[in-house]
Design a protein around this ligand. Structure first.
Ligand SMILES: [Zn+2]
Length: 345
């Protein structure tokens, strides 16, 4: 006989794995007891700089939960960014575990299989939005810095769509599709425990970056805000994030993130109302001049995501300047309400 536990932490172990790439210090792997085996949620990076490839840290974490590598029967990846997914292929080889990810992670896999195409696409985006030629290559190299930490490109052996109930041990975990930070992002939600495994959808001390990339989500910020509301409706009491320590008061955290994103949206909109501007000009004016390449590319890609939101709300539009760079101009004075929605007229 099995009993469903409402103890939020029973059979759940958080393992912080070191990363050390592009200012990401560590990532959490969560170990969930699954009968006499385990399911792990996210798995960290392949470490080309270490003789064991980073497996020692994974094994030590499993051991702390009372298990060994051979006990891993399933890997759920919240989203296919390399800090959460890089080691998945190696772990599948070693354990025979199945890999469950959202069906949209196929796009990430394609990108990793053709990194040159992805880099060229980024360079084109940056050119269209006014980034100088010398800076373009440097910024588009973000992916190049991550690639050595990806062991192999593996697609999901079971593709998730959201709405599934995963039976893990005696518990049911609902798969909640939460696009925004990544189009193929999922959270796992246990109604009985009131626990959310949030990946990078909800983080304790930073507002998760929401960035635009051609060929992915046309309006990722809108997706993100909708996903936040979908999670808030469930009222999680304990959040286990992809980075950092677990925290409570998810709804308060969500409200703070919503306020932060909408404030940024208003700021960008006001700047465009003052004078038509390119994305590069907006990023330079509104985000303190970023020095490091990964900060600068984040500022540009986040600005692009905010502009997309304003554009699909019918508030701004673009035109090409004589040099081919897009500039954005205001097309409406209709106010946005506190939820970032167009106020009813
Ligand atoms: Zn992450």
């Amino acid at each position: 006989m099995t009993t469903v536990t409402s103890d939020p932490v029973a059979g759940l172990t958080r393992v912080a794995l070191p990363v050390g790439v592009n200012a990401v210090e560590s990532v959490n792997m969560h170990v969930l007891t699954d009968g006499d085996r385990v399911t792990i949620v996210d798995c960290g990076v392949w470490r080309p700089d270490l003789p064991d490839g980073g497996l020692d840290a994974v094994e030590a974490g499993l051991e702390r939960a009372g298990y060994a590598l051979r006990d891993v029967s399933r890997i759920v990846v919240t989203h296919a960014h390399i800090d959460h997914y890089g080691l998945a292929g190696r772990l599948m080889e070693l354990t025979g575990a199945e890999l469950q990810m959202h069906t949209m992670t196929d796009l990430d896999c394609e990108k990793y299989r053709h990194p040159d195409t992805a880099r060229a696409r980024r360079r084109d985006t940056y050119a269209d939005h006014g980034v100088s030629e010398t800076e373009r290559t440097d910024l588009a190299d973000h992916l190049t810095r991550w690639m050595p930490y990806l062991h192999t490109v593996v697609e999901a052996s079971r593709r998730l769509r959201g709405g599934e109930q995963l039976a893990i041990g005696a518990d049911r975990w609902e798969v909640v599709h939460t696009p925004g930070h990544s189009l193929g992002h999922v959270c796992l939600w246990s109604q009985a425990r009131r626990v959310l495994l949030s990946g990078d959808h909800l983080l304790p001390s930073i507002t998760p970056p929401v960035t635009f990339e051609r060929g992915f989500d046309a309006d990722p910020l809108r997706s993100y805000l909708d996903s936040l509301r979908r999670v808030a409706e469930r009222g999680p009491e304990h959040v286990y994030p992809g980075h950092g320590r677990p925290f409570g008061d998810a709804v308060g955290r969500i409200e703070a993130i919503l306020r932060n994103k909408i404030r940024r949206l208003e700021k960008i909109r006001r700047a465009i109302q003052e004078r038509p501007s390119s994305v590069t000009e907006l990023a330079d004016r509104l985000v303190a001049k970023a020095i490091l390449a990964h900060q600068r590319q984040l500022a540009l890609n986040e600005t692009l995501a905010h502009i997309a939101y304003l554009r699909w709300s019918g508030l701004v539009e673009r035109r090409a300047r004589p040099d081919g760079v897009y500039e954005w101009y205001s097309t409406s004075d209709a106010p946005l309400d506190v939820h970032g929605r167009l106020a009813a007229s």
